[in-house]
Design a protein around this ligand. Structure first.
Ligand SMILES: N[C@@H](CCC(=O)N[C@@H](CS)C(=O)NCC(=O)O)C(=O)O
Length: 213
């Protein structure tokens, strides 16, 4: 049975899963959940994610939500397809997991807030709160200082190969590159090199193309 991805074309969490599906070269059906009419808060979607948020994925009889849980499921289940996104060695895997946690606990905490203020709010005709932007730019800068030293000695966050640890950053990095926060990434040469590398991946470029339609 084909993989079904329920999501929204502007949702960063949905983009994270699409990037993974594309890296793996998997066929899937995209089902557009209309957030503007609250389709995500009602049945049948609410049975896929009781928290009423996109994305959710169905693979046969399996139903999964939370974008990072979905990407891990795909990376392990389809390990032999497309780009390997998790290492086979357990010690190398531990390091990839460190940076996946850093993304969700440290990077996303600051960066997703900035994306909401600088991308989502203007898109919805809401007013950006400059004090929130300032506070979270400072937080993000400190996180990126740690990334800068990590990336000075490692091609990717999880090691020498691209992995889920890098992929999980793509949606928010991509959104922030259209805002003044890009300057924080540009100011750090190793971070800047890493961003250029991961954003240029063909799988990510397919997500970018999809967003234009
Ligand atoms: N941690 C969740 C976050 C999901 C999320 O925030 N989804 C947003 C779109 S990017 C959403 O559904 N927003 C609508 C709402 O919360 O009502 C994941 O990674 O899947």
């Amino acid at each position: 049975m084909a993989i079904k991805l329920h999501g929204h074309p502007f949702s960063a969490a949905t983009h994270r899963v699409i990037a993974c599906l594309e890296e793996k070269g998997l066929q899937y059906e995209f089902l557009h959940i209309d957030l503007s009419t609250g389709q995500h808060k009602k049945e049948p979607f609410i049975s896929l994610n009781p928290f009423g948020q996109v994305p959710a994925l169905e693979d046969g009889d399996l139903k999964v939500f939370e974008s990072r849980a979905i990407t891990q499921y795909l990376a392990y289940t389809y390990a032999d397809k497309g780009t390997p996104l998790v290492p086979q060695d357990l010690k190398e895997t531990a390091i990839v997991y460190v940076w996946m946690e850093v993304e969700s606990q440290k990077f996303d905490a600051a960066a997703a807030k900035l994306s909401f203020e600088l991308v989502t709010k203007p898109m919805l005709g809401m007013i950006t709160d400059d004090s929130v932007v300032e506070e979270h730019q400072e937080k993000l800068g400190k996180v990126l200082d740690v990334y800068e030293s990590r990336l000075a000695g490692s091609k990717y966050l999880g090691g020498e190969a691209f992995s889920l640890a890098d992929l999980h950053h793509l949606p928010i990095v991509s959104y922030l590159f259209g805002t003044k926060t890009k300057a924080l990434f540009d100011a750090r040469p190793h971070v800047s090199r890493w961003c250029a590398d991961i954003l240029a991946r063909p799988a990510w470029q397919k997500v970018v193309e999809m967003m234009k339609h």
